[in-house]
Design a protein around this ligand. Structure first.
Ligand code: ASP
Length: 580
């Protein structure tokens, strides 16, 4: 070994012993007679001292070392006179006797500090240096702990980790596939899995009973901030279970992680139907760290000559506690905010419930104070509150009001990243109508079972069928989702029919699964958690990239290895790919 200890290890108890350390030179400081060096490795920082009086030659040598040089030093552990309480090793320093340069280093393009001077692009280009920064390294350590605890928990619950292939076949449902040309089968392609969905269901047919995998998934989706073309899931499937069993097991996993990784005990997770989530929060992933749920005012506001409300399908609002003091300017700014194309509201109606009990609104022309009082009582508003009201068609109004609610929650400091509010959203619609394709798509995937009560609707009113599907949502972030699957051939056929697949099309795309299901498929269901997102939530960051060692940028590029990249004519030819 090139060291006796690592850089985060030594304490006062070791004072007087002779040690050898190795690591990177974080920083050096010269004070005339003395030189100090901070030596860094994965475990921490230890201070080295060189004294001009006792060993001028060594001190001179130390002064020549540059930032990020890799060095090995031997010396005595000594108590520091000037202790640093912010450093675990801050009580001691090493009086160096020997120094060896193991490797030189160019000056790094940005400072290797928690607060670096490097921009995003530069840090990504030199990600291996970025990863030396303690804040980034801590994220990787957190990710490791999360993965270990996930494996421990699931293994203890009888789950087997089984790998499924990365080179599979393309199926048109879901997102776009990444494909890989097959040299040996000209004109044919593998697809990279969007998830191991079909394989994990096949493993249930095989009788494995409980499967999990921490697995990479690939989706060629349009670029959006903080989406990665390859990402990691905790993917699971269980046999002979109902929804309750899956929720119980994975609530258990989540609580285990909160407890082991964050030291937090969590209450049982509340459940909310999709319909309630939309009605009260305008979102299927509500942030329930704070209230401000929607109130529907439609019947109270119609018929008073205000055309905007009279023609609206839905008039709904939120009551913002303690915000009656919002100035005209702030309200104008908020109105502009909801009118931005991303939010899409046509306008904003406000009612101020002043501290003195009077009410003032932007629609005073149409409504008496008495009427406004009625709204206030409907909305549980109190003096000092501000009511914000949107109107229009139900879908867009709820969506926009949901955004406004989050914005107000943010402005009022109600979205503390150290507070965690998980919930299960259940009973999603089974199908989603796509205007452009003029057909239904599976909201989750085509193997999701309808709720037993809703099966008859599949033939008569497919849009109304609810799925036996569930999402885990924490702080407004969708952490995971899954469903009870269809294991009955007849029901699966009905589902394909509702999706507009002919028998033939279903066979050609999912034949292998349908065949397998004819050999005794057990009732089964499962779930997948987005692992990167779960890590970033635990780490208190908005960005999943901070928790992936080598992420891609928002254009899907790895700027460090400069990928994707063209391949040679010869390679193309070998792969039977013609270029224009
Ligand atoms: N495979 C699904 C997904 O990736 C999760 C599941 O249904 O288990 O969303």
């Amino acid at each position: 070994m090139l060291r006796t200890h690592h850089c985060g290890e030594l304490r006062l108890a070791e004072a007087g012993i002779r040690v050898t350390l190795a690591g990177w030179l974080q920083r050096s400081r010269d004070f005339g007679g003395m030189t100090f060096i901070d030596l860094r490795d994965r475990y921490g920082i230890t201070q080295l001292v060189f004294n001009m009086e006792t060993d001028a030659g060594l001190c001179e040598e130390a002064r020549k070392l540059g930032r990020e040089y890799v060095i090995q030093v031997t010396g005595k552990v000594a108590e520091r006179s000037n202790k640093n309480p912010n450093l675990p090793t801050g009580d001691i320093e090493i009086i160096v006797e020997e120094i060896k340069v193991l490797n030189q280093a160019k000056i790094p393009p940005f400072t290797i500090e928690d607060k670096t001077d490097g921009g995003d692009e530069l840090r990504m280009q030199y990600r291996y240096l970025d990863l030396r920064r303690p804040v980034v390294r801590k994220n990787m350590e957190l990710r490791h702990r999360m993965a270990m605890e996930t494996r421990n928990y699931l293994s203890d619950q009888g789950f087997l980790e089984i790998e499924t292939p990365f080179m599979i076949r393309s199926t048109p449902e879901g997102a776009r596939d990444f494909v890989v040309p097959s040299r040996m089968n000209p004109g044919e392609f593998y697809a990279l899995p969007q998830s191991p969905q079909t394989f994990k269901q096949l493993l249930m047919v095989s009788g494995f009973d409980r499967y999990f995998q921490i697995v990479r998934c690939f989706r060629d989706e349009d670029l959006r901030a903080d989406r990665q073309p390859e990402f990691t899931q905790i993917d699971c499937e269980m046999s002979f279970v109902e929804r309750e069993d899956v929720l119980h097991t994975f609530e258990g996993l989540t609580r285990h992680l909160f407890s082991k990784v964050k030291g937090l005990q969590t209450d049982p997770f509340p459940r909310m139907t999709y319909a309630d989530a939309m009605r009260l929060y305008g979102s299927d992933k509500p942030d329930i760290r704070f209230g401000m749920t929607f109130f529907e005012l439609t019947p109270w506001v119609r018929g008073h000559g205000f055309p905007v409300f009279d023609s609206a399908e839905l008039v709904a609002g939120i009551n913002v506690p303690g915000a009656a003091g919002y100035t005209r300017k702030q309200l104008d700014e908020l109105t502009d905010w909801v009118k931005r194309p991303q939010i899409g509201a046509k306008g904003l109606v406000y009612v101020r419930y002043n501290e003195d009990g009077t009410l003032k609104s932007s629609v005073d022309k149409f409504y008496t104070e008495e009427q406004l009082k009625k709204w206030a009582s409907e909305m549980d508003a109190r003096p000092g509150d501000l009511m914000l009201i949107l109107s229009g068609d139900t879908h867009h109004t709820r969506k926009a009001l949901g955004e406004l609610r989050l914005e107000m929650g943010q402005r009022l400091g109600l979205r503390n990243p150290e507070v965690f509010s998980p919930l299960w959203v259940v009973d999603f619609p089974l199908l989603e109508w796509d205007e452009e394709a003029a057909r239904f798509f599976a909201m989750h995937h085509p193997f999701t079972s309808p709720l037993p009560d809703d099966i008859p609707l599949l033939a008569t009113d497919p849009g109304k069928v609810r799925a036996d599907a569930y999402d885990l949502v924490i702080n407004g972030v969708e952490i995971g989702g899954g469903s009870i699957r269809i294991h009955d051939r007849g029901l699966q056929q009905q589902m394909f029919k509702a999706l507009g697949f002919s028998e033939q099309e279903a066979r050609s795309q999912f034949g292998f699964l349908l065949n397998a299901f004819e050999f005794g498929a057990p009732p089964h269901g499962g779930i997948a958690f987005g692992f990167d997102r779960l890590c970033s939530l635990f780490g208190g960051s908005e960005s999943i990239r901070d928790f992936i060692a080598f992420p891609k940028n928002n254009a899907g590029r790895d700027v460090m290895i400069n990928s994707p990249a063209p391949i040679s004519e010869a390679q193309l030819k070998e792969l039977n790919i013609r270029t224009v």
